[in-house]
Structure formats: structure tokens, C-alpha cells
Design a protein around this ligand. Structure first.
Ligand code: ZN
Length: 369
């Protein structure tokens, strides 16, 4: 009797300690041929100048719907080193078991931290962060590359390092020409660098948006108002090797402050996979008003502005397709020419889908008439 009671009590206590955890998925759809992986390749822990233990980064990543992260503690800047005595690989090693348990792809990384030029550079997919501690910044970058690492320039327009203008330096050309520099942050720690977006095209660099977070994510992002910035990686599989291959092939876009930026070859299929026209048929005639119902399956509010007038009908010039909502777009027949329009084509540019600085993605919403 007593044993049954104790076993029963243990079961109650034990099950009482199982915590349900919930993950907020980031709803940005896959595109034909690729998974759209949500990644953050720049963050810190107490092993450099961050405030949190490495496992916290994994926990946050899981809760916030990320697929992959790289912890990139500074090599040259470790203000807690008197309290935390360890080598440069330790934050990765501590985080790894939890990452495996939670299914988060953890990529080994480090931040090479120098004055401008060349500023700060992240090295990810490295094998040994300790060997990247070098006096010469170029040798540090070369070592990262020799380890099979992917090197990118962090927050290129960071005001502390480039107060006047965001400049490209000869040191970056040197890294580029040596085949070492592979990418550039277009957005980092709440700063957008349009110059970086421009350079990414000219110099064939992979674009990234990362958090560069130092404190707890919770205290830095208001869940209702803003989202964590992420790099969208278009990978054939949800695996570290596929991510590396995508980064080396410039198969990324960036998601920050409700915007997506990147090449139209990625933004167009994301938009098309996000929106669904619900009408089978509009049936618009002259002097009539009808509505086209558009559902948006993604987390992104698409901000549409018309670019062209149509023949035989008018359509709403400005529309916001709210995330996870259905929006009605008003169309009205203005001449008998509407009879000849078998398909109504609504041509817009999407003001928060940025293809290049000042250039937005062109889209067409089509409905049968
Ligand atoms: Zn950093």
C-alpha cells in the first residue's frame, strides 16, 4: 500500500516537472526546389561580451523558430575572461548537446574583431576557433578559410567604426580577391546597410541579416512589435552542409523589420507561395464593383502599390496584404473593354520586398474574369 502510494507520488512529481515548450514558427514559405531555412549566424555569449550562457542561445533559437545558428564570440575581445577561463571553442561545445536534442543546427563560429579597416568579420563553419587567434588580421581570415570556413563582413556601416559614410576599403578588396570574403551583413543588430546590398551584387557576396545579440533575446525584441532579424537560406536539405553550400552559392535573402531583401529569383517565389487568390471567378462587368480576395499565408505584411493602370477596369492603388489574413481588393469596371479581359491582372510593386536600394519587387495578381 505504502509502496503504491510512493510510486504514485513519484509519478505525480515527475510528470509535474515535464514542461511543455512551445516554438513560434517563422512563416515564410519554402520555394520550388529549396527549403527556406531561418538562420542567425551572429550572436554572443558570456564567452566574449554577451550576457548569457551558450545553452540560452539554443533555447531562444528553438523558441523563436530558427533552424540554424552560429555562436560567434569575439576572438580578441573577452571582457569576462577573468571569470570565465576557457578557450575559443568552448561556447560551441557547451551549446552542442542541447542543439542536438532540440534539432537546432549549430554551426561553429567566431568573430574576428579589428578596427576599421577591415572591421569585424565572422568566420563560420570553422573547425577550430583557437587557431584563428592571430596577430595579423589577414592571417586570421586566411586560417578561417583554410579550415573550410565561410567569412563575412559584419555590420559594415556600424557608426562606431564608419561614422561618416559606409566605405568599402582596400582591405576588403584584398580579402575578396584572395577568395576569402564570401558574404556581407546587410542588416545587423537593428542597423540596415543599403550599401552592402549594392556591393553584394557588384562583388557577388552572399547577403546576411543577423541579430548580433549580446543580451537575452526576450529583452531585445518585443514579441508584439518586432521580430528577430534572420538570414533566409535556400537549402536543398535541412542540414549544415546544405546551408554551407547555399551560402557559397549566394542562395540567401534577408528578413528584418518586416522587410525582405534579396534577388527577385528568391523574392518572387516567396511572394507567390505566400499569397493565394481565393476567387475562382470575378465576373466583373462595366459599371460594377467586385472584390478579389487574397489570402496571405506568411508572417510578412505585404505593402502593395500599383504600378500600372489596366484596360477596362480600375483597381485599388494601395493595398496591405496582412499576414495570415484575407484581404479584399476592390475592382470596378470602367468601360465595355472589360468584356475582353479574361484575366484581370493587377500589377503592383511590393514596397517591403527590396530587390536593390530603392528598387522593389514587381508582382502581378491574376484572377479569372
Ligand atoms: Zn558581434
Amino acid at each position: 500500500m505504502r509502496r503504491v502510494f510512493i510510486v504514485g507520488l513519484l509519478i505525480v512529481l515527475w510528470t509535474g516537472q515535464l514542461n511543455a515548450q512551445s516554438r513560434n514558427e517563422i512563416q515564410i514559405p519554402d520555394i520550388p526546389g529549396y527549403h527556406t531555412l531561418k538562420c542567425d549566424f551572429h550572436m554572443h555569449t558570456v564567452f566574449s561580451d554577451g550576457d548569457v550562457w551558450p545553452t540560452v542561445r539554443v533555447k531562444e533559437a528553438w523558441e523563436q523558430g530558427l533552424d540554424a545558428i552560429a555562436i560567434t564570440d569575439h576572438i580578441e575581445y573577452r571582457p569576462h575572461s577573468q571569470d570565465i577561463v576557457s578557450d575559443h571553442n568552448r561556447s560551441y561545445e557547451i551549446a552542442r548537446p542541447l542543439a542536438e536534442q532540440k534539432g537546432i543546427i549549430l554551426i561553429r563560429g567566431a568573430e574576428i574583431t579589428r578596427r576599421m579597416p577591415p572591421g569585424h568579420l565572422n568566420a563560420i563553419f570553422i573547425t577550430n576557433a583557437n587557431l584563428i587567434e592571430r596577430d595579423d588580421w589577414f592571417e586570421a581570415c586566411r586560417e578561417a578559410k583554410d579550415q573550410g570556413g565561410f567569412v563575412f563582413w559584419n555590420h559594415p556601416g556600424w557608426k562606431k567604426q564608419q561614422p561618416e559614410r559606409t566605405l568599402w576599403w582596400s582591405q576588403h578588396t584584398r580579402l575578396l580577391e584572395a577568395g576569402i570574403l564570401g558574404g556581407i551583413e546587410v542588416y545587423s543588430n537593428k542597423g540596415f546597410y543599403p550599401e552592402a546590398l549594392k556591393w553584394s551584387r557588384e562583388k557577388k557576396l552572399t547577403i546576411l541579416a543577423n541579430s548580433d545579440i549580446h543580451g537575452a533575446v526576450e529583452s531585445s525584441y518585443n514579441p508584439a512589435g518586432s521580430h528577430r532579424s534572420v538570414t533566409l537560406v535556400f537549402a536543398t536539405e535541412r542540414k549544415a552542409e546544405s546551408i554551407r553550400h547555399a551560402l557559397e552559392s549566394q542562395r540567401t535573402a534577408v528578413y528584418f523589420e518586416g522587410n525582405l531583401a534579396g534577388e527577385s529569383r528568391f523574392l518572387t517565389p516567396i511572394f507567390n507561395a505566400s499569397v493565394e487568390i481565393l476567387n475562382d471567378y470575378v465576373g466583373l462587368e462595366n459599371n460594377q464593383v467586385r472584390f478579389i480576395q487574397v489570402h496571405n499565408h506568411s508572417d510578412v505584411d505585404y505593402v502593395l502599390k500599383s504600378t500600372q493602370t489596366a484596360i477596362g477596369f480600375n483597381y485599388q492603388k494601395e493595398v496591405v496584404l496582412k499576414a495570415h489574413r484575407t484581404t479584399m481588393i476592390e475592382v470596378n469596371g470602367i468601360s465595355d473593354e472589360i468584356k475582353d479581359q479574361d484575366i484581370l491582372k493587377l500589377k503592383y510593386e511590393v514596397l517591403n520586398l527590396i530587390v536593390a536600394p530603392g528598387e522593389y519587387l514587381q508582382v502581378v495578381l491574376e484572377a479569372y474574369n
